[in-house]
Structures are given as structure tokens and as C-alpha cells.
Design a protein around this ligand. Structure first.
Ligand code: PLP
Length: 481
């Protein structure tokens, strides 16, 4: 590693990225390449000899960029966004520059200690209960994604209860969530060995704004207990993926407490909004939670990846995931002087992810982060108004945060508007001018217009709406023929 070479190429790469951001609006938001496109553009074996850096950059421009779907485009409204910022990017850069693997305290003391501090900062910003702060047995840890975080809390919850009632009760353990929960719960159950027949998906509908009805939860638990099963894990969502619905944490948290279940709150997306005092009430009831997770990479200007997980007792994670091979042992860990984050996650190696979050906090400050969230929510309300002003469309779910759920009204509901709306979505996305996605709720095909890209301004919302309207006119004509 030659420092001067790094400086030379590093500057070129930063220029390349800066130019990319300058011209980002010129690219089709959704990549327009066909599957397998890259194979014909690249040799079928790695080069034997070094090539010129400029040639690699040129190939990135010609061959890689066409295959990029531009998540950082201001016209990207799909899924939930990958929030990015200069501070987040620079933090990632330094993380790569230091290239450390801080799995325990001695391998990178600053990484462990900064992670503890930054997660305490964020917990305070979210006004999380004291039990999630590092001062007691609780605390935060940064996992790669919310999915990894869920696997480990489900594992810890499983081992905790089996430790009490015996390992041969494994087949009796039951997990509860709403039908709006992210598919990560099903996957986690498969990984952790919870039988699919013991995964209770509680139906929701418009009458409960797509949140869990506590009476249904209570009933399901009763029925399971009567059948000799053991309710042990409840996963609630604040800001579901389909429609950003919110489960009633107070009511269902009390039920979880009554039955001694582990209560996990997944706020991967909407948790970010809860740094603003006016949205914090969506987390009321988090005091009943055993664990709570949110993804700053979705909305808090922190480049992908990194999912923040707080647990009220970190020993539960260590009991399930702790290992102490002699080749990793050292004086500090033997004396239990500090947490070794390797004992609270699936991988051993870990990146210095707290750095970018710390830089985001320091370079923007909490007030600007709140304004960033508020601005997106304001844009979502404006977009909602535009949709409401065109009577060919309907808003399907309340816009609580920055996700607007709407659809073009079909002439009949035979297929829940699937054909009409899916055709419209494809038509709009293939213009390359914007990109958004869909879901199905209560049998209806619904558009998800999710505002969260850092560069999005009011003009992008207005222009995108015009494109949607124009395409709707063309598609509707076809459907009325
Ligand atoms: N939970 C919610 C509410 C989500 O919307 C998502 C992803 O969009 C996830 C969990 C999974 O997140 P990750 O990709 O970090 O595993």
C-alpha cells in the first residue's frame, strides 16, 4: 500500500463519485439492462497482469453504471430508501481506510467504545427507556441489517425460554406477529428452528389501520395455550414495509408481559422519524420491549449498512452467541472488563460502523437530522395532496410518515386492480424518469411511493406525479377500449 498512490487514485475516485452525484438525474432511475447483460462485456477470467486505473474507471462508466439502479437518485421512490450523505460516505471511507476487524475490545478498543457511545446517543434521541442504555445490563449493538438483528434476538429468546422449560419443548414454541410483518420474521423462524405451523400471522385490516388488534392476539395466545403450546415471542412493527402501519405497542406489549413473552419492536424504517418529538408517540409502549431495532441506513443519512439493535439485557445475547476459543482469549476478555461484540452477533469479524453514525451526528447535529425527516414527511403530504386532487386515483392508507400508498381506481375489483395498476407501474418505471414499487394489501394492488432519498426536492415530487398522470391517461385508455 503506497500512500502516494492511494492519494492519487483516491482523489480520482472521489472526483468520479462527485461527478456521479452531479449527473445522477441524467440516468434512468431503474437500470434498463437485461438479465445477463454483463457477461458479454467482460472477459471470462481475471487479468494476469495489472491494468491501468483509468481503464477500470472507464469500464465502470461504460459497463457498470448502466447496470446500476440509482438508489441515490432524487427520483428514487422504491422500497424504503438507502439514506446517504457526505458524512455517511466519508465515515465509510475511513472505515475502509483503517480496514480493521474489531471483534473484541483489544482488536479495536475505539470501535467497541464508540459503538457503545453512539448507540447511547441515539437511544437518548429516541427517548428509549433507561434499560436500553449501556449503564446497566442493556445496551445497543450495530448489526449489519435488521434481518440479522432479528435472527439473534429470536435465538436469544428461544434459548432463554428453553433454558427454563427444557430443550424438548422446542416444538411447542409459538411466534406471533401481524400479517404486515416483514418477511424477515418467517426467515428468522426457519433459521432458528421454529416450526412453520407455530408461526401465528394475525390478520389486520383497515378497521385497525393495519395494526395488530390486541383482542386477536389475546385470543390466539389463549387458543395456543389450550392446545398445550407455549407463546414465547411477539414481533411488533412500527412502520410496516407495505404501508408503514403501526402496531399498538402499549396494548400488545402488556399482553406480551402478561404471558412472559419476548417482545421485539421492529422500527427499521419509521423508528428514524421518532427522533422528532412529534412522532415519538409511535414508540409509546416500547418500555415493554425486550429488544428494539431501527435502521439509520433507511432514513438517517447514514450510508448502507448498519442496523441498530438495543436489548434490555445483553447477557441474553451472550448466552446464545458467546464463544471463547483460546486463540481469541486475552487479558481484558478473561477479566470480563468490557463487552466483546463478537458474542452478540453471528459473524466474528465486524466493521467500524459506528464511525459513520458518529460522523453523521457530529457533522449535521440532531436538529438538522430532525429537519431532514420533517422535510420528507412534508413532501409526502404534498404528494398525497396531488394524488387526492385527481379523482382517478385513491389514497389507500393513512400517510403517517413519508410513504404514500395509492392506486389508480379500476373499473371493477375483480383482480383488486392488479392488471391496471401493475401495467401502470411498469410503464412509469420503464420511462426511467422515476422508480417506485408496489404491494398487495387486503387483496388490492397498491403503489408504494416512498420518499427518503437525500436529494429529493418538491420539484421531483411534482414532476414524478406528472409522469404518473400521463402514463395513467395512456393506460386507462387502453383498459376502456
Ligand atoms: N423491517 C422493516 C419494517 C423493513 O421495511 C425492512 C426492509 O425494508 C426490514 C425489516 C428488513 O431490513 P434489512 O434489509 O435491514 O434486513
Amino acid at each position: 500500500m503506497d500512500a502516494e498512490q492511494l492519494r492519487k487514485y483516491g482523489h480520482k475516485m472521489v472526483d468520479f463519485i462527485a461527478d456521479y452525484y452531479k449527473s445522477i438525474e441524467q440516468f434512468p432511475v431503474l437500470s434498463q439492462v437485461q438479465p445477463g447483460y454483463l457477461k458479454d462485456h467482460l472477459p471470462n477470467a481475471a487479468p494476469d497482469q495489472p491494468e491501468e486505473f483509468q481503464d477500470v474507471l472507464d469500464d465502470i462508466t461504460k459497463k457498470i453504471i448502466p447496470g446500476v439502479t440509482h438508489w441515490q437518485s432524487p427520483n428514487f421512490f422504491g422500497y424504503f430508501s438507502a439514506s446517504g450523505s457526505i458524512a455517511g460516505f466519508l465515515g465509510e471511507m475511513l472505515c475502509s481506510g483503517l480496514n480493521t476487524i474489531g471483534f473484541n475490545w483489544i482488536t479495536f478498543p475505539a470501535s467497541t467504545e464508540l459503538e457503545i457511545t453512539v448507540l447511547d446517543w441515539l437511544a437518548k434521541l429516541l427517548n428509549l427507556p433507561e434499560k436500553f442504555l449501556s449503564s446497566g445490563h442493556g445496551g445497543g449493538i450495530i448489526q449489519g441489517t435488521a434481518s440479522e438483528a432479528l435472527v439473534i434476538v429470536l435465538l436469544a429468546a428461544r434459548d432463554k425460554i428453553l433454558g427454563r422449560i427444557g430443550r424438548n419443548s422446542m416444538d411447542k414454541l409459538v411466534v406471533y406477529s401481524s400479517d404486515q410483518v416483514h418477511s424477515f420474521l418467517k426467515k428468522s423462524c426457519q433459521i432458528v428452528g421454529i416450526h412453520s405451523r407455530n408461526f401465528r400471522v394475525l390478520q389486520t385490516d383497515a378497521s385497525s389501520s393495519y395494526g395488530i388488534d390486541p383482542r386477536n392476539l389475546d385470543q390466539a395466545i389463549h387458543d395456543d395455550m389450550e392446545a398445550g403450546l407455549i407463546p414465547f415471542f411477539l414481533c411488533a412493527t412500527v412502520g410496516t414495509t407495505s404501508s408503514a402501519a403501526v402496531d399498538p405497542l402499549v396494548e400488545i406489549g402488556q399482553i406480551a408481559e402478561e404471558y412472559g413473552m419476548w417482545f421485539h419492536v421492529d422500527a427499521a424504517y419509521a423508528g428514524n422519524a421518532c427522533i422528532c418529538p412529534e412522532y415519538r408517540h409511535y414508540l409509546d409502549g416500547v418500555e415493554y420491549a425486550d429488544s428494539f431495532g431501527m435502521n439509520p441506513y433507511k432514513w438517517l443519512l447514514t450510508n448502507f449498512n448498519g442496523s441498530c439493535l438495543w436489548v434490555k439485557d445483553q447477557r441474553d445475547l451472550v448466552n446464545s452467541l458467546g464463544t471463547n476459543p483460546e486463540y481469541l482469549a486475552n487479558k481484558i476478555s478473561r477479566e470480563n472488563k468490557f463487552v466483546d461484540f463478537k458474542d452478540m452477533e453471528i459473524p466474528l469479524g465486524r466493521r467500524f460502523r459506528s464511525l459513520k453514525l458518529w460522523m453523521v451526528f457530529r457533522l449535521y447535529g440532531a436538529e438538522n437530522l430532525k429537519e431532514h425527516i420533517r422535510n420528507h414527511i412534508k413532501l409526502a403530504r404534498q404528494f398525497e395532496e396531488l394524488v387526492r386532487s385527481d379523482n382517478r386515483f385513491e389514497i389507500v392508507c393513512p400517510t403517517l410518515f413519508s410513504l404514500v400508498c395509492f392506486r389508480l381506481l379500476p373499473r371493477n375489483e375483480d383482480d383488486g386492480g392488479y392488471e391496471l395498476n401493475s401495467e401502470l407501474l411498469d410503464a412509469v418505471n420503464s420511462t426511467g424518469k422515476l422508480f417506485f414499487t408496489h404491494t398487495i394489501i387486503s387483496g388490492k394492488y397498491i403503489f408504494r411511493f416512498s420518499i427518503g432519498a437525500t436529494l429529493t426536492e418538491e420539484r421531483h415530487i411534482r414532476e414524478s406525479w406528472k409522469v404518473i398522470q400521463n402514463q395513467a391517461t395512456i393506460i386507462s385508455r387502453k383498459f376502456t377500449l
